[in-house]
Design a binder for this molecule. Structure first.
Ligand code: ATP
Length: 746
């Protein structure tokens, strides 16, 4: 174990010194080892592969005969004839090679129609998408990245709308809605072997290049550019690549390897880079869900105004329309997170109809409503004034949205909309016990906690976290669980999110029943008496809970999908501490350990997430709260996510430069003594102070938050809010900015 960490350090420091991916890919002279396929030397001596590939054409494959060089064509009367294609490859489309290689959706002069060089064929070349990724990867500012992607999307919407769904999935490296859990993640060694076979390089060479550059995608591209093909396979197109990637994800063994090889052989230019990265599962272009939705919204507005406005001016001229479209799209997506449903709807209907056209339904996870932290009972009463409230015990387990659809299928989703169904076969087996009367479909919101069957009591979260995650066999379950239900969002075909909590609760009690040690309703107390709330808080702690959730009952009491609402307040047991809540932060860098910590990282750089600018802002260095075993685990995990340089969307001061930068892949829960203004950290910069950010004093690691992805980390606005809620800040600064986080997406 120790050995692998030490060797990793040596390896990664090399990688860390290597330059970031070159803009123009240099030609590398190939030193060919004989692959299985016949190799013919080209004029410049580099190996030439006689490609044996499945035909793929810019015509989506459907109208292409499996016979190489013969293309099916329809004449004006609709009769199908075979046409001999003398040369396939770049010349098979009416666009010139130059058009393809120089496609630049970031250009100020970009015209979504004129520059879509594939407009005659109406099938989007994979090269156009790869060029878009390449340009985005070379772009520093996030807004420009989004604008570039929106240009590409607007072209697809206008020219080849059928390709919008695959283009969107490929841009976020997903093969299906996230909750379906269809993943690629082909092992690097498998890909290296395919690259060797296709390019004639030997494995040691590919490995050493990858080690040096830190990116197998770039190595693959460099290896491909020096190849000469005897028969250039037909150009790849977006829909076929997507279809084949889905196929690759579903098969295994030699046929998987063959498919990867066939596809790779057909890649040209930067296609090889992004195809390989897709397969590894790391696209590295920095476009995540929220940026993608914004790019789609802007693309839509650009498409709608193609006749009256230059694409580069749309963001300025139609600012309000873009804000509205983005909000409508994000709102619809939070209740229907499925591009296969959303995209056809945005192409067909007015954006204002989107929410109605893409309704919530069981089987599809909703973005959960979230709470705001408070520091004490007084703050709760200040916020709610005379409104009727209810206090519920705040259970410390795992959030679970449990769905039953009309077919009788149960699905369980995490806070992060991941599909946890396979983790809880025991819950599914006993789910009918929960129902009272006839219930055909439902969505309930709940917390699953570990349960001590003998003592009939809740066990700490740590016990739940030892439960197996995948392929759980019901016979082998050691950690028993009990579900505490606190909300009902859908029943028998009707969405309840616009109803008040009182009504939702009434329906919950009407249709469901408790089963001892299996299904329980959250313990609740409806009171507006401050002493009773205080006492109930103490009782919740005695009952092994974290504190209370305080919620409005009748006024402002709808279920706010995807919002951190002020109508749900969390009151944790350690609220007496100055900060009130822990923070969930992203690990963006690591400092090599010294002394006892040699061989692992000894400290880390953490960041909060700024949802507005979509960037990670440094908030503190952390070196406390770790056991030796923690450091070992973190170093092993993060060591696999080292990136040669800081991401363009990391905001930090150069004095904080860590030994290694990481991809934003892990979230840690951290506690601290307090928050203070900092001249070097950048968290919430511009919110509380124009020049200074906020940093944590005496941060301490608590645990990994597996249930959160990095975009769900504590947001810059929350950090500012926590800073301003501190007593000493409140006392010193009478007029601090009022944070209104009601409309914030996370
Ligand atoms: P957040 O999700 O708000 O960023 P978090 O995931 O760190 O924060 P907490 O701050 O501990 O979680 O509080 C919210 C979570 O509390 C909910 O996501 C839910 O999992 C849990 N919870 C437990 N009991 C309840 C309850 N009665 N009502 C609502 N949520 C509850």
């Amino acid at each position: 174990m120790q050995k692998s960490i030490t060797s990793f350090f040596k390896k990664k420091s090399d990688a860390g010194d290597s330059p970031s991916p070159p803009k123009k890919v240099p030609k590398i002279e190939a030193k060919a080892e004989l692959p299985d396929e016949p190799i013919i030397k080209s004029e410049d001596g580099s190996p030439t592969i006689k490609a044996k590939v499945e035909p793929m054409s810019v015509d989506s494959g459907e109208n292409t005969s499996p016979l190489k060089g013969v293309k099916k064509e329809q004449d004006s009367e609709g009769k199908t004839t075979d046409r001999k294609v003398t040369s396939i490859g770049l010349n098979s489309t009416s666009a010139s090679k130059e058009d393809m290689e120089n496609y630049d959706p970031s250009a100020d002069s970009y015209n979504p129609l004129k520059n879509a060089y594939w407009k005659d064929k109406k099938v989007t070349p994979y090269l156009a998408l790869a060029r878009t990724f390449q340009v985005i990867e070379e772009t520093k500012g996030r807004l420009k990245m989004i604008d570039t992607l929106s240009n590409f999307f607007s072209s697809v919407m206008l020219v080849s709308p059928e390709d919008l769904v695959p283009s969107v999935y490929l841009s976020i490296n997903q093969l299906a809605p996230a909750y379906e859990g269809l993943e690629l993640g082909v092992a690097e060694t498998t890909l290296m072997k395919a690259i060797c076979k296709a390019t004639g390089r030997n494995l040691a060479h590919i490995k050493s290049q990858t080690h040096l550059i830190g990116d197998l995608g770039i190595v693959a591209e460099q290896s491909r550019v020096s190849q000469r093909m005897m028969f250039q396979p037909a150009p790849l197109n977006v829909r076929d690549v997507f279809r084949k990637l889905r196929e690759i994800a579903k098969i295994s063994g030699q046929s998987k390897m063959d498919l990867v090889y066939n596809m790779f052989v057909a890649c040209r230019s930067s296609e090889a880079r992004f195809f390989i990265r897709s397969l590894i599962g790391k696209l590295r272009i920095g476009i995540a869900e929220q940026s993608l939705l914004t790019a789609l919204a802007i693309g839509l507005v650009k498409k709608n105004h193609i006749d009256d406005c230059k694409a580069s001016k749309v963001q300025e001229v139609y600012k309000d329309e873009i804000v509205e479209t983005t909000l409508l799209l994000k709102t619809a997506y939070s209740q229907c997170p499925n591009y296969d449903v959303i995209i056809p709807a945005i192409l067909k209907y007015d954006i204002k109809e989107l929410q109605e056209r893409c309704p919530m339904h069981p089987g599809m996870p909703l973005r959960p409503m979230l709470a705001q932290p408070t520091k004490g009972v007084h703050e709760v009463f200040e916020r709610f004034g005379g409104m009727q409230i209810t206090c519920e015990w705040k259970y410390d387990g795992e959030r679970a949205q449990i769905h039953l659809n009309e077919k009788g299928e149960i699905s369980i989703f995490s806070r992060n909309s991941e599909n946890n169904t396979a983790k809880y076969p025991d819950l599914i087996a006993r789910s009918s016990g929960l129902l009272k009367g006839e219930v055909k479909s439902y969505i309930i919101d709940s917390e699953i906690v570990a349960w001590d069957v003998e003592r009939k009591q809740i066990l700490p979260f740590q016990v739940l976290s030892t439960r197996k995650r995948k392929n759980v066999d019901i016979e082998e379950i050691k950690v028993q669980v009990c579900v505490y239900i606190f909300d009902l969002l859908y029943i028998n075909g009707t969405a309840l999110v616009t109803k008040n909590l009182s009504e939702r609760r009434k329906l919950l009690l009407e249709h469901f029943q408790e089963v001892e040690g299996e299904w329980k309703f959250a313990t609740a107390l409806d009171t507006n008496d401050i002493d009773e709330v205080q006492q109930f808080l103490e009782e919740s702690i005695k009952g092994n809970c974290e504190g209370l959730m305080v919620k409005t009952l009748d006024e402002e009491a709808t279920y706010e999908i995807a919002k951190r609402s002020r109508n749900w307040l969390k009151l944790k047991k350690d609220y007496i501490s100055n900060v009130g809540d822990s923070l969930d932060l992203v690990v963006i860098g690591g400092y090599k350990g010294k002394g006892r910590r040699t061989g692992t990282y000894g400290g880390f750089l953490l960041a909060c997430y700024d949802t507005e600018n979509e960037e990670y802002q440094s908030i503190c260095k952390i070196g406390t709260g770790f056991t030796d075993e923690d450091l070992q685990t973190h170093s092993e995990f993060l060591g696999k996510h080292v990136t040669p340089s800081a991401k363009s969307y990391y905001r930090y001061d150069s004095s904080l430069e860590p030994d290694h930068w990481f991809e934003p892949v892990q979230v840690w829960e951290v506690k601290c003594a307090d928050l203070s203004l900092s001249p070097i950290h950048r968290a919430a910069i511009g919110i509380v102070d124009g020049e200074r950010g906020i940093s944590l004093r005496f941060p301490r690691f608590i645990r990994i938050r597996d249930d959160k992805n990095s975009e769900n980390a504590t947001d810059a606005n929350q950090v500012a809010h926590m800073y301003q809620s501190q007593d000493q800040v409140k006392n010193n600064q009478k007029s601090c900015t009022q944070m209104d986080m009601e409309d914030e997406f996370y």
